[in-house]
Design a protein around this ligand. Structure first.
Ligand code: MN3
Length: 380
């Protein structure tokens, strides 16, 4: 069987390194075309020696080598674009974080290359454009995030599905009072009970903004109305998400939490391999699985995300940018945890929506929102 040709954008990050662990296990199934890294050149060097990509892309443009261990070196956004224009790729794993993921993803779609998507901003900022283009080009967008991957695994016929049920662990403040949350330190907010992730997404998990962004992504990925997407708190993180069919049947995907599994599913789809096999989950070993409604008073960002999604157009661009700036300010010790919501909602309320923003307009709105948010934070 011919090996699947893959490139990884963001190969030195958390998703990227785990993807390479999967690929190492499935060596006879994959061939790496290109890797990209931001600043972690040392790790990239090890990856080049091990996986022998044709070329690599480096974010740090002060680094001036033309080749690294036989791999051609490309730089910055242009480099990512070159990778995504290479039709030799069967699939590209987009695992960079932030808005830098958006343009290369569109380039890959334009070139008919399937996408394993681990970048939130792509759909939150430009879900309408991205999904429309993917449909037009017959490109598959296979989600890597555990919740969307679960839904993807459950859906047979989209037309028969009435509702999506997205689970949330609830983060470190689930059993804490609003007062405790208000005085939470950066350290407390960073101690996620189930998943080990980057700082920004961990804070988003503590406020449930992460779940809100996932609702927006699910809306785009599965063409589902916001009214039919429900968030359920499930502290054990065993049920990764579920769908309800029109006859009331619910199908859920379960497993021990591990990011290797959704990454492996996405890059191997539609095939399945043993690869990095998950630890088996035993129904008889676990005493109970708990589910509850999210507390919108404690986690108002979740409702804010629903509002932004329902408002549509540029609203989710504004939400994403304001939230990210506020999270960075919290991590810098400039504001309190609850201020993230206060600041984001203030900025969001003043936003004048553009109904069908172009990609350039999206980047412009993102930039303007960040400037306004930083101003607000300075005067806080
Ligand atoms: Mn998730």
């Amino acid at each position: 069987m011919e090996r699947r040709k893959i490139s990884i954008l963001g190969s030195t990050g958390s998703i990227g390194t785990q993807a390479l662990e999967v690929i190492e296990k499935l060596q006879d199934k994959f061939e790496i075309i290109a890797l990209s890294a931001g600043k972690n050149i040392e790790l990239l060097k090890t990856q080049i020696q091990k996986f022998k990509p044709k070329y690599v892309c480096i974010g740090d443009e002060t680094f001036k080598e033309k080749t690294l261990y036989g791999a051609k070196v490309l730089y910055g956004a242009d480099g990512l674009n070159t990778i995504c224009s290479d039709k030799e790729n069967d699939i590209i794993l987009v695992a960079v974080s932030g808005k830098i993921g958006l343009k290369p993803t569109l380039t890959a779609i334009e070139n008919g290359i399937d996408i394993a998507l681990a970048n939130k901003e792509t759909l939150v900022m430009a879900g309408d454009i991205v999904m429309h283009k993917a449909k037009e080009k017959g490109v598959k967008i296979i989600p890597v995030d555990s919740e969307h991957c679960a839904i993807h695994q459950c859906i047979k016929n989209r037309e028969d599905v009435d509702k999506l049920i997205i689970t949330a662990s609830g983060g470190p403040f689930l059993r804490k009072s609003i007062q405790d949350m208000q005085s939470a330190t950066v350290e407390q907010a960073l101690s996620h009970p189930r998943w080990n992730m980057g700082k920004k997404i961990t804070i988003d998990s503590a406020t449930l903004m992460n779940k809100g962004l996932e609702v927006i992504e699910a809306h785009h990925l599965f063409a589902m109305n916001y009214e039919n997407i429900e968030v359920v708190i499930h502290p054990q993180s065993i049920v990764h998400s579920a769908i309800e069919y029109k006859d009331g049947s619910i199908i859920a995907q379960l497993g021990i939490p591990s990011m290797h599994i959704p990454i492996q599913y996405a890059i191997c789809y539609p095939q399945r391999f043993e690869g990095i096999k998950s630890k088996s989950f035993s129904f008889s070993d676990i005493a109970h699985l708990d589910f509850e409604k999210p507390d919108y008073k404690k986690f108002p960002t979740l409702e804010l995300a629903y509002n932004a999604g329902k408002t549509g157009g540029s609203s989710t661009v504004c939400l994403n940018a304001a939230n990210e700036e506020a999270v960075l300010a919290f991590l810098d010790g400039k504001i309190k945890l609850f201020d993230i919501y206060k600041i984001t909602s203030q900025i969001f309320e003043k936003h004048i929506k553009t109904a069908y923003p172009s990609i350039d307009e999206i980047f412009e709105i993102d930039k303007e929102t960040r400037i306004k948010t930083q101003e607000l934070i300075r005067n806080y």
